[in-house]
Design a protein around this ligand. Sequence first.
Ligand code: DX5
Ligand code: ZN
Length: 225
Amino acid sequence: MGWRDWVRTAEIEPSLYAADFARLGEEVEHLLNAGARVFHFDVGDGHFVEPITMGPVVLKSIAPMIHRAGGVIDCHLMVDNPDHHLQQIRDAGGDSVTFHVEASAEPWNTIRRARDLDLGVGVAFNPETEVEVAVEASLGADLALCMSIHPGYSGQEFLPDTLWRIRRLRQELPSSLFVQVDGGITAENAADVRKVGADLIVAGSAIFGMEDLPRAYKRLVKALE
Ligand code: DX5
Ligand code: ZN
């Protein structure tokens, strides 16, 4: 099993970083019932990004319920030295890891290490990183993640330059790789990122910031149709 089996044409990925952590299991369950199957899990180390976000302990508590429902957990590693964390993420129930090209000296090596652990793998790049750098680093991965905000916090505004960056990324990547976008996604811009080539669309506050989570998730899914 891998990304080709996990993606139903395109996916809205709820970003758990924006969840209410006192009710995490309950919120995941509501989203599973609404049809969400790919969950985005942000690991931030306080070095590569300012905040410490969440890690293997939280992952371990929610992985069983997601897996039982046939879902997967896509871990976004906003950390220095990503290689160091791969085994722990795997052991805690992560299904895929996306590391930052800015944080890996040898991306091809990080990709190989992730594959050796039977993890899906992606390469993320920040708004100030050239698209070409990301393309070269991600050959051999399952996906490339175009950041549409500066990583670190949920609830930031979508950077408009992202649209041509995604288009460029889609043109230059082999069709075997998925294109993912993360940050500032709303029900209004989801269709735009889809149109320029994004397959995997991460949404934090556009889901968890709403009163009715299933409704917010379904509205985003509908926006992609
Ligand atoms: C932030 C994270 C994102 C974040 C997205 O650095 O990588 O996944 O949760 O949140 P929104 O959708 O609110 O921008
Ligand atoms: Zn993320």
